[in-house]
Design a protein around this ligand. Structure first.
Ligand code: NAP
Length: 473
């Protein structure tokens, strides 16, 4: 019988930092990596002098662990997770626990939870956010699976997680794939905020003629506000201030303008479409990445499709005051990004019986993760006051914010349209807000057309029932 408290499989960037985190918190550990050379390098490097041993084989790994075994897999999502489960499960005993801490598709996790639990093992699908630094110092963790399986890892993850005023940034999320679904949506929100900040940068550069340092000063100002203070604003300031070691200019200006998208951002949007939840700000961020990757086509189109004539310059406002209309636009869009993500979580919770606690999700995102922001306290407050809040914008504090920020958002979107500068997240946000606040939308005409060509019938405002009209005589 082994004595190590904790086992880690997969010494990638995340795994390496997470095991150091566990060890620092008093959990003696054993590590296994498919390629043993990586284990050796780790034990001689960052793992040296720590209460961490390496295993050459899974048999040795399993034998080194105390029972019930607590094993975290940090391998590439997809087939590698299934391969790892297939290799290790014949070696496990009843009550042992496998945790998948990678970015797995939540439906894969649902399947794995059912399979592993039928063999009397515990299985936890746990989203982990915070990148390498967060993994080491304290990430935000989103574990899902059966409650009893979570109870067996609670003491471990509560110590490893980031700590904020009201506790550690980890909580039991819900059954099945709930943890990985919440992590997926976390990443969708992250896509939205990153694109919002990229659009702000584009406007500051192209309309405001600002250089990296001037833009970084604006971001520094934003980071002092309750509404925008966040990790992503903080690192955007750093990125804009950083100089190119090769040339001395702003480093960001020599980076290829093509961003990839895969996994979680895509899954957020696909799930939203499947569940019938509008997430246009997040979708716009995903599309912006897809379109950016068509760089050769964009370069060709630049020579063919005309830009609008110069003139009618837009006014971004006073940089010393943080460019107020642009700041308002970004605040509204960030609120909406979180709001769309929370609305998607609400529908997923209803469809899958996840019984998600939205205030608790706000709480565990306050520290450690990539979308941590001061605003999350307000989100936590909103769902504490009304756990069934249908949309964040309906909470009184957020409604007041949206009303206050809307004129700036309108000004920025209109100005960008006239200047021919794409602002897909900001403009989608404006359309989303204007649609959401409209008691009457033009879908009555869509219904009329559908009945006209396909006899789909329509409902009337003044009478119950389904109606059909012979529109074409
Ligand atoms: P990674 O590059 O995604 O994965 C590296 C690990 O996976 C290595 O240990 C590798 O072993 C192992 N692996 C790959 N294919 C395998 C297979 N078929 N069978 C067994 N092991 C296999 O590392 P990472 O960036 O640390 O990410 C780990 C997980 O966390 C991923 O799901 C990732 O999406 C997620 N995540 C990453 C971050 C981040 O900031 N990087 C943040 C949150 C979540 P070898 O050394 O033998 O190749």
């Amino acid at each position: 019988m082994g004595t190590a408290h904790f086992g880690l499989i997969g010494l990638g960037v995340m795994g390496e930092n997470l095991v150091l985190n566990a060890e620092r918190n008093g959990f003696s550990s054993v590590v296994y990596n498919r390629t043993y050379a990586k284990t050796e390098a780790f034990l001689q490097g960052r793992g040296a002098g720590k209460d961490i041993v390496g295993a050459r084989t899974l048999e040795e790994f399993v034998a080194t662990l105390e029972r019930p075994r607590r094993i975290l897999m940090m391998v590439k999502a997809g087939q590698p997770v299934d391969d790892t489960i297939a290799s290790i499960s014949p070696l496990l005993e009843e009550g042992d626990l496998l945790i998948d801490g990678g970015n797995s598709l939540y439906t894969d996790t649902e399947r794995r939870v059912a399979e592993l639990e039928s063999k009397s093992f515990g299985y936890i699908g746990m989203g982990v956010s915070g990148g390498a630094k967060g993994a080491l110092e304290g990430p935000s963790m989103m574990p899902g699976g059966t409650r009893t399986a979570y109870d067996a890892i609670e003491s471990l993850v509560r110590k490893m997680a980031a700590q904020v005023d009201d506790g550690p940034c980890v909580t039991y999320i819900g059954p099945g794939g709930a943890g990985h679904f919440v992590k997926t949506v976390h990443n969708g929100i992250e896509y939205g905020i990153e694109q919002i900040l990229a659009e702000a940068y584009d406007l500051m550069k192209r309309v405001g003629g600002m250089d990296g340092d001037a833009m970084a000063d604006v971001l520094a100002h934003w980071n002092t506000t309750e509404e925008l203070a966040s990790f992503l604003v903080e690192i955007t300031e750093v990125c804009l201030r950083t100089k190119d070691p090769a040339g001395g200019g702003d480093l960001v200006e020599v980076i290829v303008d093509a961003a990839g998208q895969k996994g979680t951002g895509l899954w957020t949007v696909v799930s939203a479409l499947e569940m019938g939840v509008p997430v246009p700000t997040i979708y716009a961020a995903l599309n912006a990445r897809v379109l950016s990757s068509l760089r050769p086509e964009r370069l060709a189109a630049e020579a063919v499709i005309a830009a609008p004539p110069a003139g009618g310059a837009m006014d971004l406002g006073d940089p010393a005051a943080g460019l107020p209309p642009l700041m308002d636009a970004c605040i509204a869009a960030c609120i909406v990004s979180y709001g769309q993500g929370m609305a998607l979580l609400q529908e997923a919770s209803r469809l899958h019986d996840y019984a998600l606690d939205f205030a608790a999700i706000g709480q565990i995102w306050k520290g450690g993760c990539i979308i941590r922001a001061r605003l999350l306290q307000r989100i936590q407050n909103a769902y504490t006051a009304d756990p069934a809040l249908p949309n964040l914008m309906l909470d009184p504090w957020f409604a007041e914010q949206i009303n206050r920020r809307l004129p700036g958002l309108r000004r920025i979107v209109a100005g960008a349209a006239m200047a021919g500068i794409p602002v897909p997240c900001l403009s989608s946000t404006l359309d989303y807000i204007d649609s959401y606040r409209s008691g009457r939308l033009p879908q009555n005409l869509v219904q009329a057309m559908r009945d006209c060509f396909g006899s789909h019938t329509y409902e009337r405002l003044d009478q119950p029932g389904a109606f059909h009209t012979e529109w074409i005589s």
